[in-house]
Design a protein. Sequence first.
Lengths: 235, 225
Amino acid sequence: MIKVSGLSKGFSRQKVLADVSFEAHDGRRVFILGKSGSGKTVFLKCILGLLVPDSGKVLIDGDDVTRLMAKPRFKKELTRVRQRIGYVFQGSALLDSLSVADNIALALDGKGLAWEERNRIIDEKIALVGLDREVRRKYPAQLSGGMKKLVAIARAIAAGPAYIFYDEPTTALDPAVATRITKLIIELSERLEVTSLIVTHDMGLARRAGQDVYFLKDYTLSRPRRTTRLEGLYE
Amino acid sequence: MGYVLRRPKLILDQVYHLGLLSLPVVSFTAVFIGMVVALMVSYQLEAGLPKFYVGATGGRTILIELAPVIISLLIVARVGSNITARIGTMKVTEQIDALETMGINSVHYLALPVIIAGVIVVPALVIYGNLISLVAAAVSAKVILNIPIADYVFGLRRYVILNDVLGGLLKTLLFGLTMGSVSSYYGFETGVGAEGVGRSVTYSVVTAAALIMVIDFSVAFWVFR
């Protein structure tokens, strides 16, 4: 379970998040809707400890991420917490210099897996997201935007995380790929029994795949809404 | 450090990019360093001085100062800028965040291999450049100035001492360390967007070049005074 309480974050004099509290229960698909620039990505990065919040507390399965971030000596513990989370970045964030297989293998780094086991997991995850096996030798520059996103999802699930964070998973994708990714988000959440935290401005995606939906506006989150009651949120 | 040492491929990749791919430009530059030194030393020698002084003075100038400094500056321009741009672009496109979320220390993964490779590669390239420059100086002394190669080699062997070679190499170790550290640091400090990457590259090259000059003076002060 992820529990956020009283989280605030700003950059210089620009307030981004103010006193945000939030809970994501195990196994749920939790959506955070918001306009571009409303602070959705900042919120995700604060949960992961990639950004240091100005105040507030983030607990992941009881581990206090904000405390672990505070001192370098907790780096290993923070790493262990992060390894329970797969993150699908908005721009996919695949390492340009590595092949698809090596990008996915990065998530398995340090697990001491044998070469065959490593390759088996890579093939399994590539198949799970619906890509051909041939893609494993390609480099990110040789892939379309949709394929990059699917590889990013394969990388996020490679290490068997308990949580998957998606940052604008359907942005800048054609409708067919967006639909495919929407189905994949639902399928992965059910098949792998992971908790999914999705930040997006795509209300259609939230309506189709969401279970708990929050709206980020005026630096804070609304109460959770049902997916049938999302009309007028952006007005 | 243990992380990198358990993954030697990370260092070998950098050795290849920093070292082997720099060989053509280092060779080209070293040839001209040698030729210019032979001409300039000959020009400055007063008439009547023995010709082996071209080997003695030219050789020492190449080994102590010109080859280490010019080749290192060249590597900073060619490789240091590339490292900063690569790490900076990775930061801007969230690739560094991706590493951190997977539990990989981005400094260990990206910066340490570059720093270790810098310490290995810069001295190696300078040793290689030294040899090319000395040969180029001998050939140009013979062809342009009509100084016998035997005289040139005599001057070199008679007056160049081990301290000259070691002092020059000590500089290059420090230059390699500086190039790797500074270029990585500015890569990680990159701000937002393409403009941020460009600014980081400029700061990286200027800072590394300036530090090379300071180190050059410091080593000269302590070793060659």
